[in-house]
Design a protein around this ligand. Structure first.
Ligand code: TTP
Ligand code: MG
Length: 391
């Protein structure tokens, strides 16, 4: 028997619609549909998602927007604001990465986490999940549903069972009891056609499938038949395929008062670059994409990204790019409320081995290591590059 695993599947609730309801309190408790313009029922295109209030009218993702309009003309219809949702998604992922590096991103709002090795830091596996949910709630204002189970498939199913704001735990000894009564369509990747074939064989639940002779299933479905039988019997050894590239490291700061003072803003950017690059070095990572985030007075938020020719973890390299992005940003006399620096496209920082490596670079690396050490000993604000300010 292989080692017990604790797999978590986290999925944000009604993601795009929940972000819109969070940002506009007037939308809370109302049917909200995010997607194409309904044009009073003549619109083309589809629903991206809708709030749980709208789901009561039978509206769902991928439904033609004209049908959604006919089902609930008084719903609030909003366009997709991908930039905004991506930003929230980054925040959610950052929270998840505080719990474990073993994360498999599935989409903009869902991920698998393997907390087997890390959950002891936070309590029991269930307590860890509850902490993940409450961190997401307190830091983004949004709810997520989570499933905790010994396998990926069970974790994915579990996260969906008590949506929204759900938490379902499947203890290792309960896996088969958990799966048995569920409809076969719950099996990952099992489509309508396979469901129909299985139904015709008298197989409706996962339990029905588990009892069948696997060879009979292989005769009909080929090697997928064996996999189906295994999944139905709780055999699912698939691991988390961690995607380090999806991770990003960022820091941001909100000014006490909105400011147009370029010196103040660039000092903050220097400080943020120091912070981000120090975190990169702590985690032995380097990043290729540098993103500047600017929120102007009135809350409009912009991001500007740039790709470096080589992954970096030095303050200077990151700041040089951020400074350029900031200088190119048309402020047009507007005041800035918040600035942020993000580094993504991460790769492991391989220790330098080449004896003929650029001596200056090695020296710079040593300097950074020394600075990191001082900060660790004496605190974040102990040492700063000239021009950076403590905020
Ligand atoms: P989902 O997680 O499938 O849906 P959801 O978060 O809106 O609702 P649930 O509570 O059931 O998880 O998808 C995440 C986001 O992806 C969703 O908010 C909008 C987008 N999306 C589309 O744009 N088109 C689609 O067909 C689907 C399924 C999702
Ligand atoms: Mg979701």
């Amino acid at each position: 028997m292989s080692k017990e695993r604790f797999i978590v599947h986290v999925d944000m609730d009604a993601f795009f619609a929940a972000v819109e309801q969070r940002d506009n309190p007037k939308l809370r408790g109302k049917p909200v549909v995010v997607g194409a313009d309904p044009k009073l029922g003549r619109g083309r295109g589809v629903v991206s998602t809708c709030s749980y209030e709208a789901r009561k009218f039978g509206i769902h993702s991928a439904m033609p927007i004209s049908i959604a309009y006919n089902k609930c003309p008084h719903a609030v219809f909003l366009p997709v604001d991908m930039e905004k949702y991506s930003e929230v998604s980054h925040r959610v992922y950052q929270i998840l990465y505080d719990f474990t590096p073993d994360i498999e991103p599935v989409g903009i709002d869902e991920a698998f986490l393997d907390i087997t090795g890390s959950c002891h830091l936070f309590g029991t596996p269930l307590e860890t999940c509850l902490l993940i949910k409450s961190k997401i709630k307190s830091q983004t204002g949004l709810t997520a549903s989570a499933g905790l189970a010994p396998t990926k498939m069970a974790a994915k199913i579990a996260s969906d069972l008590k949506k929204p704001d759900g938490m379902v735990e499947v203890k290792p000894g309960q896996l088969l009891d958990f799966l048995r009564p569920l409809g076969i369509r719950r099996i990952w990747g099992l489509g309508a056609k396979a469901e129909k074939t299985l139904n015709e064989m008298g197989i409706c639940t996962i339990g029905d499938l588990a009892k069948r002779d696997p060879q009979g299933l292989v005769a009909i479905f080929g090697k997928n038949g064996m996999e189906l039988w295994q999944l139905a019997n709780g055999i699912d050894e698939r691991g988390i395929v961690a995607d380090i590239e999806a991770k990003s490291i960022s820091n941001e700061v909100t000014f006490d008062a909105d400011t147009a003072d370029a010196k103040k803003i660039t000092s903050s950017l220097v400080w943020l670059c120091e912070k981000v690059s120090s975190r990169l070095r702590d985690e032995n990572l380097k990043g290729r994409t540098v993103t500047l985030k600017i929120r102007l007075e009135g809350f409009r938020t912009y991001t500007r990204a740039s790709t470096l020719s080589e992954a970096a973890d030095f303050d200077e390299t990151i700041y040089r790019e951020i400074k350029r992005l900031f200088e190119d940003f048309p402020l047009k006399g507007k005041k800035v409320r918040l600035v942020g620096v993000r580094v993504s496209g991460l790769v492991p920082a391989v220790p330098r081995q080449d004896l003929f490596e650029d001596a200056v670079e090695i020296k710079t690396e040593k300097v950074h290591k020394a600075i990191d050490e001082i900060r660790r000993k004496f605190g974040e604000r102990a040492i700063h590059r000239a021009g950076g300010v403590s905020l």
